[in-house]
Design a protein around this ligand. Sequence first.
Ligand code: SF4
Length: 425
Amino acid sequence: MIAPNTLPRVLHEASGRPLTLAQHEEAFATSTRSGSLLDELEASGLTGRGGAAFPTARKAKLIRDQRSHNKFMVVNAMEGEPSSHKDRTLLGANPHLVLDGAEYLASVIGAKNIAVCVSRDNPAAVNHLKRAIHERERRSLRGPKFELHTPPWRYVAGEESALVHWLDDNESLPQYRPLRPHILRIGHGPVLVDNAETCAHVGLIGRYGAEWFRSVGTDANPGSTLVSVSGAVERPTVVEVALGTPLRSILEAAGADANPQAVLLGGYGGTWFDGARVDAPYANATLQPLGATIGAGIIVVLPQNACGVVETQRIAKWMANESARQCGPCAFGLPAIAEDLWHLTQNARDNQAACQRLIERCGVIEGRGACRHPDGVVRLVRTALEVFASDIENHLRGAHCAASRSAQHYAAVPSLEREEELVWE
Ligand code: SF4
């Protein structure tokens, strides 16, 4: 058993090779849970680790209460964010813990089928899952049936309604959901979608219970979480930390610049966060009053000598290319935002007007997509305008910006060739 108050948890016994079923069972043999799984899940306070931070027990109850004999459990390991490595790290360490959690959740909602989704562009993770599912099938054919699905990788393909759309109809297009929570369906069957890391935590709560889970983290945000750290760091890495750990300690643990100009929190639809605030505890309850969230557990570190406007422009351009192009404000608005930012970085003659247009466009685009993709870009741009106010001032004055001509960048965006390859037709 993993002792309370200790880390790592979901990365326990991580060795660079995925644990076999036998190794996994040996490492996690003890069970100390006393209450029903749903009660323990509720008491644990676990929230989804895929970005939305919705309470996992509430989501499961919603599907459990649907009258249907054809329910589905879906594990979302698509990891559409280019700066996220946590799901592939987890699957490379212990795919069985993720599958345990999926089995627990399937038993709560009464699902006979579990669809495990991982991008076909991530062959190592596909292989780890194939092998793990095969091992379980050889052991026993009882219990819910696992099926591996490998949609093509795109940013929006991991959005849960797009993923269910793919499973239902082979199209990775987000569905319009005016009210949340909204019940997604495959055919007529209600679907519970949970992120791979969330499932791994459920796998541990199912064994050790809520009290154990809450022995790290804070009252409002209990437990541990995986964080993908990239940018001004020796090499991109994934660390498991207790929620509430000071951001600066996470940067130090990851070998990153601990005195950055800014950090991007939550991913490419996330928030630029001023480097002067990195002593803030890393947890939604403490970051939300500061205008940020942990999102999908991503930190991109920007050093003092980088230009935040240039980084934002590169991300916005890539995100514009990732639009599923089914909503006008997203299909036309995001490229226009990227172009305005480009004008700004080039110190073009009309950059004052470009800056004004940028602010207006954010207001027009926000809340007008079928999914949250454009809202994420708006959030990114608005926080850039605030956090990089002095960089913007310099560009508006036409001052020299070495970063706009430099080949060194900190936010990873797939290469231009990749972007072209991925153009949505
Ligand atoms: S908002 Fe954008 S990404 Fe989302 S469904 Fe509409 S076009 Fe696609």
